[in-house]
Design a protein. Structure first.
Length: 414
């Protein structure tokens, strides 16, 4: 159920990005929940599920200022507006509600010297321009703002939001709900971190949008120490560092860590003028880090053998023969690697996370699986509790799940 505009607390409408499940449509609610949690906003008001054909959330926020903080980090939020009125009946009823809101709260009126405009946005159905212009004209006339009108870059923008549900070609589709709201904050659209212009990438480098989503799930901030135990070219660490986190990681592949021709993961940090995170060649199955090391988050895309096979230190030949490398060759020796079964990868990742995450810190990772995958099938650890699972549809019947787990006290039940 949606909060009422008659409540004393101010309401806001979060207009969400594409609901297409192939483009992170199922990730929208979890991102909002994670950002609300990060900024100490009540998450109980959010629904347990968000239908794919729902493009918005109506919420209560502490003030207008937090809207900017949320949008500055968000990937799947288009904008946030202060809600004036809503209706499930008609545009005329919405207009009456907006006029009543203005009468109740005259302080909401724009300052007389501010320019403004009213825009019209629909979801699921496109109205003829002539019809939308008439509706906007009615709102301008009835609200009777004395302000100058400026269509490009106005000081204040109002929006009439119209939800018709998913577009199935039905021209007679009825209006589900409409809103009138004052725009407060827009998500910045930037291609700065796009892989297309990144100096150093590999075949499994995580897409910049997905990396930013994962950085939001792990709640990376300037107060965070974040690690990626399968760091590769550093895409996830870059996203966390962009939010101010101190980052580092390890990877088993010597060639990926060191790069070629002087270009490696460090080049990416330099490209974006970020404090350099370190990636060392190490094996997560062998404890190389100090046992007392405490992390604020672990974010990773573990190897599953779909695009790049998982490897671990050691060789089958050494294991059988018992031979080891002479001490005189240690400085120049690169340890060989052997196959790393997926079940072992997950067991080691969860054990590592339980050992090194502080209480309340998060493990965020990607898990490819079939469409029938259920949360009960997740790899489990008694000290890690799953709190979010979002689904993305991929090719060839595969799905990719974004899993978020939180470190709980060892005495707690899973």
């Amino acid at each position: 159920s949606m909060p009422s505009c008659d409540d004393d607390r101010p309401l806001y409408i979060i207009w969400l990005a594409t609901p297409d499940i192939k483009h992170y449509g199922d990730f929208r609610l979890q991102e909002v929940k994670s950002l609300f949690n990060l900024f100490d906003i009540d998450t109980v008001q959010l629904p347990d599920q968000l239908d794919q054909d729902c493009p918005y959330l109506v919420v209560s926020l502490p003030d207008d200022g937090v809207c900017q903080s949320i949008c500055a980090r968000a990937v799947l939020i288009e904008n946030i507006s202060r809600l004036w009125a809503s209706s499930t009946i008609s545009y005329r009823h919405l207009l009456d509600e907006a006029v009543a809101f203005l009468a109740r709260t005259p302080s909401s009126s724009p300052a007389p010297n501010q320019s403004l405009c009213i825009r019209f946005k629909t979801f699921g159905k496109k109205l003829p321009e002539s019809e939308s212009r008439l509706i906007v004209g009615d709102f301008m006339k009835s609200l009777n703002f004395p302000n100058p009108i400026r269509l490009r870059d106005p000081d204040i923008q109002f929006t009439i939001y119209c939800d018709y549900g998913f577009d199935d070609g039905d021209r007679e589709r009825g209006l589900r709900r409409c809103f009138f709201a004052r725009l407060l904050s827009i998500r910045p659209h930037s291609l700065e971190y796009s892989l297309k212009t990144r100096v150093y990438i590999g075949p499994t480098s995580t897409d910049a949008q997905l990396a930013q989503l994962m950085a939001n799930q792990v709640q990376a901030t300037a107060a965070s120490l974040i690690m990626d135990p399968f760091a590769g070219t550093g895409s996830l660490l870059i996203a966390c560092a962009a939010f101010g986190a101190v980052v580092f990681g390890n990877d088993i592949d010597w060639n990926v860590v060191h790069g070629k021709g002087g270009v490696n993961y460090r080049s990416n940090f330099s490209q974006y003028h970020l404090p350099r995170g370190d990636i060392v060649r190490a094996d997560i199955s062998i404890p190389v880090w100090r046992g007392s090391m405490q992390l604020d988050g672990i974010v990773t895309d573990p190897p599953y053998g779909i695009r790049a096979g998982a490897r671990r230190s050691g060789s089958d030949r050494e294991r059988v023969s018992g031979k080891t490398v002479d001490a005189q060759f240690w400085n120049s020796h690169h340890p060989p690697t052997r196959a790393y079964p997926v079940d072992d990868v997950m067991t080691d990742l969860l054990a590592f996370s339980a050992r090194h995450l502080r209480i309340g810190a998060r493990l965020v990772y990607l898990l490819p699986a079939g469409a029938d995958f259920h949360e009960s099938n997740l790899p489990a650890h008694p000290d890690l509790r799953p709190i979010a699972m979002s689904q993305q549809v991929c090719a060839a019947g595969l799905h990719r799940y974004l899993i978020t787990m939180i470190r709980i006290p060892s005495s707690s039940s899973p």
